[in-house]
Write a protein that binds this ligand. Structure first.
Ligand code: TXA
Ligand code: MG
Length: 310
């Protein structure tokens, strides 16, 4: 059910959950002061209770209400990339939000999204808990239709059209005096070098007794509908369905789903989930993926997502 901005804000304030667009993917927005709304998010998504939600904000200064410590270079990162597709994890102030929002952890993830509708909801309603608007085990939603596929036609959605970026935000966390990548996303590791003076690496393994959260668990739990074949040894004609590029040719016997042009990683990222959704909707069974693309920048995120879902 499509709702207006005014209706979306009213619903959130009443303690209901509403799907809202962001520049990365759609999110399920819930008020931090309505714990029943937060509970409903976990239930509707089928999400494990120890997998925390990201707090979305309208203003950088709101971070101070929740964060116990502001680590080195936080202001530079926020200044350079917010509003935008970056999620930053900081130590949490005690009892600043219900433990369920944090999945019981003592840290909180923050993001200021760069989307006019998301922003207006956040300005009107205050900081909100917003995970991606998909059921656990399904791809993130990049259109209002995708949200409805997972949650039904009656679920309230603020429709902002197709998301501009199409994949999730990059997540950075501060540990051992450096920022580390917890999840690859729209921003490539190299994008942070001018701001940090180094390229953040993947998060090192946690200390022995530290609580482990696997940020890819949701994706790993995917209910496989289409099997993605990323093996270059396999011939596309033996599969019959290709996910490839519009500027390349494939065997004529193959049905081709195009991700866009092979020289435009941003366009490919934008269409990635759209194409994966179509494969599932059309029950193609198996699809051969053309992974002959560069290994750097946003391509790495595209490849990582494809591997996760394969
Ligand atoms: O682009 C995005 O980040 C989208 C849009 C809607 O903003 N949101 C999104 O949310 O992808 P979600 O919940 O699907 O993914 C957030 C990830 C999860 O893997 C969660 O475990 C991790 O962030 N996360 C959240 N809080 C965390 C914390 N305190 N420590 C470690 N990981 C955390
Ligand atoms: Mg998600």
């Amino acid at each position: 059910m499509r709702v207006t901005l005014k209706q979306a804000c009213a619903l959130v304030k009443q303690g209901k959950i509403v799907a809202i667009p962001t520049e990365t993917v759609y999110g399920l927005a819930a008020s931090l002061s309505h714990s029943e709304a937060i509970e409903e998010i976990y239930e509707r998504k089928g999400r494990p209770k120890n997998k925390p939600l990201t707090i979305h904000l309208a203003y950088r200064t709101q971070v101070e209400n929740y964060a116990a410590v502001i680590p080195k270079d936080f202001d530079r990162l926020a200044g350079a990339f917010w509003p935008g597709p970056l999620t930053l994890i900081l130590p949490a102030k005690k009892e600043c939000v219900a433990p369920i929002v944090r999945g019981g952890l003592d840290t909180i993830a923050f993001r200021i999204p760069d989307h006019p509708l998301a922003r207006q909801v956040l300005v009107d309603c205050g900081p909100l808990a917003v995970p991606s608007a998909n059921r656990s085990g399904k791809f993130s939603a990049t259109t209002a239709e995708h949200v409805e596929e997972d949650f039904g036609k009656n679920f309230p959605v603020l429709d902002g059209g197709a998301c501009a970026k199409g994949v999730e935000s990059t997540i950075l966390t501060y540990c051992r005096k450096r920022w580390h990548i917890l999840r690859l996303g729209v921003l490539s590791p190299e994008a942070f070098a001018p701001v940090l003076g180094y390229i953040p690496k993947a998060m090192p393994p946690p200390d022995k007794d530290a609580e482990i959260i696997d940020s890819k668990q949701e994706e790993k739990d995917r209910v496989p509908l289409t099997t993605l074949i990323l093996d270059e040894e396999v011939l596309p004609q033996s599969i019959g369905v290709v996910v490839g590029f519009s500027d390349r040719t494939y065997p004529p016997s193959c049905r081709v789903f195009s991700l866009g042009v092979s020289t435009d990683p941003a366009g490919v990222a934008k269409h990635l989930y759209e194409v994966l959704h179509r494969l599932d909707l059309e029950r193609v069974g198996k699809a051969w993926i053309d992974t002959d693309f560069p290994q750097g920048g946003l391509w790495m995120t595209v490849l990582e997502r494809l591997r996760t879902w394969a």
